[in-house]
Ligand binder design. Structure first.
Ligand SMILES: [Fe+2]
Length: 336
């Protein structure tokens, strides 16, 4: 399957995945999960919201929890280099018929709202208030000591359509997954795209969407990952460990996935690689079990089926009707 060349001079400069805004039913329970287990720190909070950041993050927040009677993703944030890039983006999207809006957002500078081609709500900003980096404040380390937000994974009803939206904006494909048809032709099942020079800022995989499958924080090393599992067990949150620890083929990351009190999924991981030079993407066959986990065990069915809806975005069935390679299927085949 041929992929398009990288767009090296995009119309505006997105620099990285920045922050995610989730609604939660119980602010105290969610705050405890993300501080005690993930190890994020609170930058600010009020009766309606908690603003959190990773230990090495200088900017005010990478996770915002908003109290609500539902469990949605309100927006995913993408960082721009400058406010001028935000204005260029408003012009770019406006010229293509998208509704754009500059909004006032706490602790952020100029902020632009727009929906992508799937209806997913995006929030662009170039500045945030600063808070101290705490990466050497070892006395304050808790749980997994999550360091920084790295990427989002989105379930998409049409991965090719998502790719066609982000590729012209300079998002580069580091890796992709294809599924094969009976006649030998291939479909784009998933695509890993980046702006910041590692394997991914945003990932799209085939499924009912758009839905937020997970957001991911980097850890210092594997021992912090094991500590997260131990802390989860000690806090009585062991059942929230959904997958792993394991080793992805894609990106080479060591990972573990937890579900928060509302079912939002967080990945804690480390050890992926740089993707800065102009290099061809790595291609994976969906049928290759080492694609998802080098150590042999696929993910549970619910890992493929369950995800967080976006506020105001209709969920559409996927264009590719492909049974995912679940743990349940794997065990059934092994037992036969
Ligand atoms: Fe991930």
């Amino acid at each position: 399957m041929a992929m398009d060349d990288f767009v090296l001079n995009p119309p505006f400069n997105v620099t990285r995945a920045s922050h995610v805004v989730l609604t939660v039913r119980d602010l105290d329970a969610s705050k405890a999960f993300y501080t005690d287990l993930a190890g994020l720190v609170v930058s600010d909070e009020d009766s309606d919201a908690v603003y959190l950041r990773g230990m090495e993050e200088n900017c005010h927040h990478s996770l915002v929890l908003r109290k609500a009677g539902n469990t949605l993703c309100k927006r995913i944030g993408l960082r721009m280099q400058t406010d001028d890039d935000l204005k260029k983006a408003a012009d770019y999207f406006g010229a293509r018929g998208a509704e754009t809006q500059f909004v006032d957002t706490p602790y952020q500078g100029l902020t632009l709202h727009v929906r992508d081609s799937q209806g997913m709500p995006l929030e662009f900003c170039a500045t945030m208030e600063f808070r101290p980096r705490l990466m050497t404040a070892y006395d304050q380390y808790r749980g997994a000591s999550a360091q920084r937000l790295d990427h989002y994974q989105i379930q998409s009803s049409d991965v090719r359509r998502a790719y066609d939206f982000y590729q012209p904006l300079g998002f580069r494909t580091s890796e992709y997954t294809y599924s094969k048809n009976a006649d030998g032709t291939e479909n784009l099942w998933g695509v890993w795209m980046q702006r910041k020079g590692n394997p991914h800022d945003i990932v799209f995989t085939n499924g009912p969407g758009p839905r937020l499958h997970h957001f991911a924080y980097t850890l210092r090393d594997a021992s912090d990952m094991i500590r997260a599992c131990d802390v989860a067990g000690a806090l009585g949150l062991g059942q929230r460990l959904e997958r792993g620890p394991g080793r992805h083929g894609i990106s080479g990351a060591m990972f573990v996935y937890f579900r928060d009190p509302d079912g939002h999924r967080i990945e804690l991981f480390n050890t992926h690689y740089q993707h800065i030079d102009i290099e061809p993407p790595i291609a994976w066959d969906l049928a290759d079990p080492k694609r998802a986990d080098q150590w042999g065990l696929p993910a549970q069915e619910k890992w493929f089926a369950e995800a967080t809806a976006f506020e105001g975005a209709d969920i559409v069935p996927p264009t590719l009707s492909i049974e995912p390679p679940t743990l349940e299927r794997f065990l059934k085949i092994k037992a036969a």
